[in-house]
Design a protein around this ligand. Sequence first.
Ligand SMILES: [Zn+2]
Length: 259
Amino acid sequence: MSFVLLHLRKSIIYIFFLSRVLVYIIFTRKIFDTYSNLRRNTRRFCAWNWYKNGKYYTCFSCQVEPSSQPKTGIQVGIDLGVKHLATTSDEQFLSAPKHLRKSESQIKRLQQSISKKKKGSKRRKKVVEVLARTHEKVANRRKDYAHKLSHLLVQAYDFIAFEDLSIPNMVKNHRLAKSIVDAGWGQLVQYTTYKAESASKRVVLVNPYQTSQRCSCCGKIVKKTLAERMHRCTCGYEQDRDINAAINILHLAQQVAAS
Ligand SMILES: [Zn+2]
């Protein structure tokens, strides 16, 4: 592949022809230096291109040695939810950023608008195109967020427990835009698992059965509806319902790891 490099003061432009289309990539100097170093120093390096929804993409891939993260000695259980994407057993709430939720509601609006337009009409076609682009944008944003969050989790904890999403948990999925929520959860678990592996840390998946109903202090089952945000047990233990569930998930994972 022949290409032209334009060196500017703050950036570098990489220009080449790809199936008779002129492609140019603008690198900042810092990214370009990283890119050239990788290209020089890695055994396998490849770049590929594709076209989707009116945009050209180029992806660079290289093989690097896994770097193990420093150990923190901290274990965590994580409850995946709707109000907060993730709640940890050490009482942290991690929510999807606002712009992500906003674009998700934008998708709903576009879908409604399509259903009102006449089939085969130009206007409908136009909205369908906008919807495809919006879907893509939201998917990219969600992916980006899952990458950032999973990176933070693997940095902060040595042992991470999630509920196993392949086991259906009907209580949780009640009346939701299921696909949207599920995609976010699945990505977070998937990314955390592979990042943990290359950082020599551990992810354990457990059966979520009764994790939100069981008291994490005494083990008793305390029935509650979805609307009840607090876990209040007769043993005197009171906790946010998601934190209680996260602690149960951690306990289960510790049992799995010990067996
Ligand atoms: Zn209790």
